[in-house]
Design a protein. Structure first.
Length: 353
């Protein structure tokens, strides 16, 4: 079980009976590292390449997770060297591959394993999520900006923009006049411009957050299915810092002013602050929902139906946007309404009042 979700402080590990000796920690760490680096290079599994590292932290302990991270760096570097010499790729590709892998695996291992075995200050899981997501987004943007003059990378991005543009237009069911307008307006260059604007304005942070969140959730689920390790969600008690609402309000004001006076850099910075604040309130809102569901006295069948409905809402285009906005608003509302106040069904401590 993940230490923090079992009630143990971040970075202080688990009970003694779960600790691994150094020798016995190497083998599971190596296996998880091999799986991670292999999945990174298998198309449909590449999005889940962090799951083995998370599994190492959940099933074993922080030490095994950090060993797995170190082994994965070495293995990925070795594979990159082999690919570099045999395929005669450019040196920039070797650097980009290893920088991206190192940044993402480091952030995720820190999220899952905490700070045990390192000199990093202990920080609660939700804040590690934010820090790792922002760092990963910055690395991603640096890679994109540094690869703009790379012909291979530029051709790849152009091909993706062409595909998105044609896919959106071909899937449109509008009349001929509007379809003609889309063909004229939604060019590959315009698609690239839109994607770039969204990425800079919080899209990269959200993408990294979702990458970490999905891989962590699957790691916990795999631990429950394979080893019956059930964890209680730490999110149920999460509360955003009290001044988050002010950061969110100020960022909205800055966005409006920056757009009015056409100041791009302050607008991009404000959008990212707004997105981070929204993620914090989204987490708080999700904690409220989990808290309410945990206290509901319903049959297992009804609880299953509720979980299925939540799953359907999350993966329903359009509906999920409204639902996420509602959860964010729920998290914001708890600044004034105590949704998670404990019930007090017993007698008052001072009878007569």
């Amino acid at each position: 079980m993940y230490p923090e979700e079992a009630g143990y402080p971040a970075g202080q590990g688990m009970p003694d009976n779960t600790e691994q000796k150094t020798g016995t920690a190497f083998l599971p760490a190596l296996i998880c590292a091999v799986l991670s680096t292999a999945m990174m290079r298998i198309g449909f599994l590449s999005f889940l390449f962090l799951v083995p590292l998370g599994y190492a932290a959940v099933i074993y302990n922080a030490a095994v997770a950090w060993y797995a991270f170190a082994f994965s760096l070495v293995l990925n570097g070795f594979i990159s060297i082999v690919v570099y010499f045999f395929s005669q790729t450019e040196g920039a590709g070797f650097f980009i591959d290893n920088l991206y892998f190192a940044a993402i695996t480091l952030g995720f291992t820190w999220i899952m394993a905490g700070s045990k075995g390192t000199r990093i200050v202990n920080i609660r899981t939700a804040y590690r999520f934010i820090i790792a997501s922002v760092t990963g987004a910055l690395v991603f943007l640096l890679i994109v900006l540094g690869s703009r003059n790379n012909s291979g990378f530029a051709a790849f991005i152009k091909a993706q923009a062409d595909f998105l543009s044609s896919a959106i237009i071909s899937s449109s069911t509008v009349d001929a006049a509007r379809r003609s307008f889309l063909e004229e307006w939604l060019t590959p260059e315009r698609v690239l411009e839109i994607i770039g604007g969204i990425t800079l304005r919080g899209g990269a942070v959200v993408s990294m957050f979702l990458l970490f969140f999905v891989n962590r959730r699957i790691s916990l689920t795999a631990a429950w299915i394979l080893k019956k390790r059930k964890s209680s969600p730490e999110i149920i008690t999460f509360r955003a810092p009290g001044n988050t609402i002010w950061f969110m309000s100020c960022s909205l004001a800055v966005i409006l002013l920056a757009r009015t006076f056409r100041m791009t850099v302050p607008e991009i910075a404000a959008w990212n602050v707004l997105v981070i604040s929204a993620i914090l309130f989204l987490t708080q809102g999700a904690g409220i929902i989990i808290f309410i569901l945990a206290r509901m006295t319903v049959s297992p069948v009804v609880r299953l139906i509720i979980n299925v409905l939540i799953f359907v809402v999350i993966f329903s285009p359009g509906i999920n946007t409204v639902a996420l906005a509602a959860v964010v608003l729920l998290g914001i509302a708890e600044n004034w309404v105590p949704f998670r106040a404990p019930k007090n069904n017993g007698p008052t401590s001072t009878p007569g009042f």
